[in-house]
Design a binder for this molecule. Structure first.
Ligand code: BDR
Ligand code: CA
Length: 309
């Protein structure tokens, strides 16, 4: 079987860091580059965090810095979940690795234009970099195989009652991406809030006893504290890795193909992904919305990825 070639566009972030760990070593995935965007923290911090994870685990994948701000609105960050650094908890050695000189958006465009149309984009942060790439070079749209993203919710949000963080952080960018006509798999809160990192999950991963599992434990112990304080959740939802788990094993998710409309206009519902799961609007479907997840299988996949270190 040929490998799934991907570009991971992220804003690490504890759960983004786990997605990097999973994508970097799995034999079915070829991670072409890590492009970084502002989101969970400022761009400078999210880039630093991506580099720290790569350096710590000897992940030799190029890291590119992208957009420091959303397209139109003011930036927001999720310090209340990911801490001051954006990846609080573990201690890392001083950073010697540097980001590549090329801008993330230029890397995305160049890599797609030189490809045979076989690359999957995996955004796990705000969609600013992807939307910018689509506007700068619209021909990339015919070159993208599919987009498998973490973001949105058919139900409630997590940053407002209506909106999920990644979409709310840049709903104008999300609108561009969701209306691109590309095949999109949306791994939203409906499924990611089901994969909760309970203490027994942390203990299970820690038993692997390698560098990746220790990093996982240190990150998740911090993350679980903030999830408890912010959302009263015991066991933080491991949002972003759902995208990588799906690429490794499609059967981990149940998908519902329907019309999704991004609200980037209203005040109270800004950033809402309106998922017409009942086909009320009778509009063309544009997104495969994940509505179910095999939780046991998900943790098996995470474990098998961490075991590769
Ligand atoms: C998303 O927001 C971020 O805080 C996480 O990294 C994830 O991508 C969940 O709403
Ligand atoms: Ca993220």
């Amino acid at each position: 079987m040929s490998k799934t070639r991907i570009i991971l566009d992220c804003d690490p972030g504890h759960d983004d860091a786990v997605a990097i760990m999973m994508a970097a070593r799995h034999p079915d995935i070829e991670l072409l580059g890590i492009t970084v965007v502002a989101g969970n923290q400022t761009l400078q911090k999210t880039v630093t965090n991506a580099l720290k994870v790569c350096q710590h685990l000897d992940i030799n994948v190029p890291v590119y810095a992208g957009s420091a701000r959303p397209l139109v609105k003011d930036p927001i960050h999720a310090e209340f979940i990911h801490g001051k650094s954006g990846l609080d908890g573990p201690a890392f050695a001083p950073l010697t690795r540097r980001p590549e000189p090329m801008h993330a958006v230029s890397f995305i465009i160049k890599t797609l234009m030189q490809s045979e149309g076989d690359i999957t984009l995996v955004p796990t942060g705000p969609l600013t970099n992807i939307a910018l790439a689509m506007r700068m070079e619209p021909r990339i749209i015919n070159k993208i195989r599919q987009i498998v993203l973490m973001g949105g919710s058919a139900g409630a949000g997590n940053i407002t009652p209506a909106a999920e963080f990644n979409i709310f952080a840049d709903a104008d960018a999300a609108k561009i991406v969701f209306e691109s006509g590309l095949p999109i798999v949306m791994c939203g809160l409906d499924v990611t809030r089901q994969v909760r990192c309970y203490q027994e999950v942390i203990d299970r991963m820690a038993q692997l006893g390698n560098k990746a599992s220790t990093l996982f434990k240190e990150m998740m112990e911090f993350y679980n504290q903030t999830q408890l304080t912010a959302f009263h959740l015991v066991g933080g939802p491991l949002h972003d890795p759902v995208t990588i788990a799906y690429l490794i094993d499609n059967s981990v998710l149940e998908l519902n193909y329907c019309n999704v409309n991004i609200d980037n206009r209203s005040e109270v519902s800004y950033g809402r992904t309106n998922c017409d799961l009942i086909n009320f609007w009778k509009k063309e479907p544009n997104v495969h919305v994940a509505t179910g997840v095999n939780v046991e299988r998900f943790w098996d996949i995470v474990e098998s990825c961490l075991a590769l270190y």
